[in-house]
Every structure is written in structure tokens, then in C-alpha cells.
Design a protein around this ligand. Structure first.
Ligand code: NAP
Length: 246
């Protein structure tokens, strides 16, 4: 299923899931704007995509900051003139037990994960509503549905993304814009690389397929949703978690 001629934006594409998504969409023919909080890291992904023979543009942005997101969409307007696909992938964790959780741990996680998704979606919707066409994917998490001790801020942000996704899906379905969430389970990236072997062993016991996920597992689900294969799917949460939560 080709994405030739499609214009895509993937946030947090310097590594992990976002990088795999950007490469997948580009390999299917889309032109991709890739972002990170450092231009150098965004450029590394863009260069890799270009070396594979596809078009990619790097942009530095903090998705939790309105002015950064406005500047990002000025680049989208200048380079693309329109936007077919938005993947709200940028995300962070600041884990800790609730009693000891600092205001800034709460605020930073909510700002990047939830407000960032809101800011980017709001800008993208303006372009997509005008074109009466678009695909938006948000990245939630299995813990947004299950909860997880030590991640009250992160779980709140990821559960918030689910409500946000469903509201926007309802608001823009008539404009031929689909909005869906992908909820990954435990995926091997830098984000989960900080966990101890003991914690990983315990997590593995909760995963019926008996392996951790790869960024490509998530990229495949995103690709399905943004391609013509996913045209009748909106307002859904697609679990990609090896059966960790059913
Ligand atoms: P990762 O390896 O830590 O990568 C995070 C990405 O987000 C990086 O590209 C990072 O850019 C970018 N980013 C961080 N803060 C940002 C900000 N303020 N503005 C813009 N970009 C920012 O994480 P990952 O594991 O690939 O996770 C990707 C998404 O999947 C996240 O939303 C995460 O919550 C979600 N998820 C992951 C898992 C998992 O098991 N890994 C499970 C469920 C959900 P820099 O390089 O500039 O820092």
C-alpha cells in the first residue's frame, strides 16, 4: 500500500518508535518531516532516510511549547503546503511514587505527552480540515489503560491521550479525517532501556507472546492506520502489546 505523494510529520523521530515510524512511512513513499529536541538528532534520522533514497526534513521542536509548534507548522506550510499524516509520538517519562512526585515531574510529562499532542493536532487539523482529508495517530500506552505504580503522571498523560483522540475523531470524522491511538506495550527503546534486568524479567512474565516489542511492531500498526487499509477506522485504540493487556 503506497504512501507516494503523501506528506507526513512524525514528532520525536530521533530514535525508538518515532524513528521506526518515520522510516516506515518514508519507505512507503511519503515525504516526512522528522522532529526532535535537537536539530542534530533530527538530522541523523533525516539523513538515514535520505540515504535510503527518500525525502526527509529535520526540525528542532519542543512539542510542549506553543511557539515551537507554531514555528514547526510554518515549516510544514513552507515545505509541504499541506499535511496528510500526523504521528504524535514525542513522549517522556519522569517516574516516581506519587507521594514524592514533584510538580515539575507532573508538569513536564503532561506538557510533552498530552499538551504536545494537543498543540500539534490543533495545527494539523487546520490544514487537514481545509483539505477535507487527513490521518492522525497518537501514541498512548498500555499503562494508560492498565495503570502502573510509579507512573501516575505518565499514565494520566497516556489516558488523557485516549480521551483526546476519541473527541477529535468524533469532531472531524465528517471531514474525512481519521484519528486513532496506538497503545504500545513494552517496546525495547531508550525509554525502557533504563529499567533493571529484574524489572524486565517481571514484565516479561506478563507478556503472553513471551517477548518485548520492537519499534517496528508499532510502526506497522501506524502504517496500517495511515494507509488506505485504515480508512474505515477512527476513534480506536489499537493495542500492540503482545497480549499484556486484553
Ligand atoms: P524514546 O526512545 O525515549 O524517544 C523519545 C522521542 O521523543 C525522542 O525522539 C525525543 O527526542 C522525543 N522528545 C522527547 N521530548 C520531546 C519534546 N519535549 N519535544 C519533542 N520531542 C521530544 O521513546 P520511545 O520508547 O521511542 O517512545 C515513543 C513514544 O511511545 C512515547 O510517546 C512513549 O510514551 C510511547 N510509548 C513507549 C513505550 C515503550 O515501551 N518504549 C510504551 C508505550 C508507549 P530527543 O532525541 O530530542 O530527546
Amino acid at each position: 500500500m503506497s504512501l507516494a505523494g503523501k506528506k507526513a510529520l512524525v514528532t520525536g523521530a530521533s530514535r525508538g518508535i518515532g524513528k521506526a515510524v518515520a522510516i516506515k512511512l518514508a519507505a512507503a513513499g511519503a515525504e516526512v518531516i522528522v522532529t526532535a529536541t535537537s536539530l542534530e538528532r533530527a538530522k541523523q534520522t533525516a539523513d538515514q532516510i535520505v540515504s535510503l533514497g527518500h525525502n526527509a526534513i529535520p526540525v528542532k521542536v519542543d512539542v510542549g511549547v506553543s511557539t515551537d509548534v507554531e514555528a514547526l507548522f510554518q515549516v510544514v506550510a513552507a515545505e509541504f503546503g499541506s499535511l496528510d499524516i500526523l504521528v504524535n509520538n514525542a513522549g517522556i517519562t519522569r517516574d516516581g511514587l506519587l507521594m514524592r512526585m514533584k510538580d515539575e515531574d507532573w508538569d513536564s510529562v503532561l506538557d510533552v505527552n498530552l499538551k504536545g499532542t494537543f498543540l500539534c493536532t490543533r495545527e494539523a487539523i487546520k490544514l487537514m480540515a481545509k483539505a477535507k482529508s487527513g490521518r492522525i495517530v497518537t501514541i498512548s500506552s498500555v499503562v494508560g489503560e492498565m495503570g502502573n505504580a510509579g507512573q501516575a503522571n505518565y499514565c494520566a498523560s497516556k489516558a488523557g491521550i485516549i480521551g483526546f483522540t476519541k473527541a477529535v475523531a468524533r469532531e472531524y470524522a465528517k471531514r474525512n479525517i481519521t484519528v486513532n491511538a496506538v497503545a504500545p506495550g513494552f517496546i525495547e527503546t531508550d525509554m525502557t532501556g533504563v529499567l533493571t534486568e529484574g524489572v524486565k524479567d517481571e514484565l516479561l512474565k506478563q507478556i503472553p507472546v513471551n517477548r518485548f516489542g520492537t519499534p517496528e511492531d508499532i510502526a506497522n500498526a501506524v502504517y496500517y492506520l495511515v494507509s488506505d487499509l485504515g480508512s474505515y477506522v477512527t476513534g480506536q485504540v489499537i493495542a500492540v502489546n503482545g497480549g499484556m493487556h486484553m
